[in-house]
Design a binder for this molecule. Structure first.
Ligand code: ADP
Length: 165
């Protein structure tokens, strides 16, 4: 099942929440800062041991004080007018996160709108990629949630996914 929610991702009780991290994995602004604040300092310690993450790749840690079980950290592409392979890199973020979730036995996963904040990826284009990958993996999870930070973002997902959501 694919769900579209307007929520703070740090509050979701799912097996895995995805963090739109930066390549240092040492915390930042936006959703990354919110996840680190809510999970507590143990998360930063766990991330230090991972020695960073390349754009499009994903790494997993426990979720510590979050209601979720795992945090999957993925590094979205910075938008440079689409000339630097951004669509493929963003697709890799979703695919690698979903595969890592499956490898760890997660049955429910929630994504923020990766790269659409500080990294400047045009929202409609990012949402189209997110929905394509969520659709491809839908049958292998109990739920995949698009966790939106605004009603406007949620309507982009609902439009992309079609009626009934
Ligand atoms: P990026 O650097 O990948 O662009 P950002 O954190 O700046 O990452 O933004 C990614 C998306 O996450 C944006 O749509 C932003 O509105 C959203 N966001 C920010 N904080 C939260 C949160 N606590 N829960 C869910 N989504 C959030």
């Amino acid at each position: 099942m694919i769900k579209v929610l307007v929520a703070d991702i740090t509050r979701l009780r799912v097996d895995a929440v995805v963090n739109a991290a930066n390549s240092s994995l040492l915390g930042g602004g936006g959703v990354d800062g919110a996840i680190h604040r809510a999970a507590g300092p143990e998360l930063l310690k766990a991330c230090r041991a991972l020695h960073g993450c390349a754009t499009g790749e994903a790494k997993i840690t426990p979720a510590f004080n979050l209601p979720a079980h795992w945090v999957i950290h993925t590094v979205g592409p910075v938008w440079h007018n689409g000339t630097e392979g951004e669509p493929r890199l963003l697709e890799n973020c979703y695919r690698n996160s979903l595969e890592l979730a499956l490898e760890n036995g997660a049955q429910s996963i929630a994504f923020p709108a990766i790269s659409t904040g500080i990294y400047g990826y045009p929202k409609a284009q990012a949402v189209a990629i997110a929905c394509a990958l969520m659709g491809e993996y839908m049958a292998r999870f109990k739920s995949i949630t698009a966790c939106c930070f605004s009603e406007g973002d949620a309507s982009l997902y609902r439009r992309e996914l079609g009626g009934g959501i």
